[in-house]
Design a protein around this ligand. Sequence first.
Ligand code: AMP
Ligand code: FE
Ligand code: FE
Ligand code: ZN
Length: 278
Amino acid sequence: MKYADLHVHTFYSDSTFSPEEVVSLAKDMALAAIAICDHDCTDGIDPAKEAGEKIGVEVIPSIELTVEKPDTEVHILGYFIDWKDKSFQDKLKEVRLFRIERIYKMVEKLKAVNIDIDPNEVFKLASKGAVGRPHLARVMVKAGKVKDMRQAFEKYIGFSGPCYVPKLKLSSKDAMDMVLKAGGVPVLAHSSLMRKDEYIPKLVSYGLKGIEVYHTEHNASAVRRYEAMAKEYGLVMTGGSDCHGMNKGRALIGTVRVPYDMVDALRKESERIRLEYR
Ligand code: AMP
Ligand code: FE
Ligand code: FE
Ligand code: ZN
């Protein structure tokens, strides 16, 4: 049996691992394939592919986009994207520039509650790609302002925290179109973290093609629920660990894995999408 972990980050977004480290860990876990799904950045794909070709790990070019709603966040994964597509890259660049502005704004808000953070420290940590709250949280820990990353999110920069600032407003439809036009398969990430299953039919009407059924944060009842929804809406099922390196305490890569058949199903769906949407 061949297996794949279809949700892995690198330090081009908010993991502590390089693409080469991720590929080598995938090999250790006997994975045949991994999907590099960085937030708003594809720079990890080429180096991962190169490393993967050397040691025999297939790298699926992917992305993770965020849609912010007043009450929750929706994460859309895109599998088998044409990551070199110019308009796709232009849009990603805009999203990443907004992320930089947002760090300055969050630093201002932290200052108002007497937490002094040097924004350049945050950018230094994220020098390689999309800067985000995990980088800010790490600097807050390092500066001794909070005891760990979890506390940074709980007290200050979490979705409902006093120092939270939203990202660029991508609508669900925008995110779906971005992925489809780049030839990728749009899949709803870690559905249960969204806590709004009622959004799923709408997402399907915008072109959602798959749902991440198996995920580190999904318990058995969530898995059953999303398996049923996948059947009901004719969605491809996927799964992955959502490994963020040591940012989540330990390396999760390979702890959630799916049969390689799912990779073939995604590849086929991407080929179909390329005929229909481009
Ligand atoms: P951002 O894209 O900058 O809004 O950061 C979102 C990322 O922060 C997520 O992908 C997670 O990796 C991380 N994150 C979100 N909420 C928490 C939390 N409560 N504790 C730890 N990490 C979190
Ligand atoms: Fe993340
Ligand atoms: Fe996510
Ligand atoms: Zn992720």
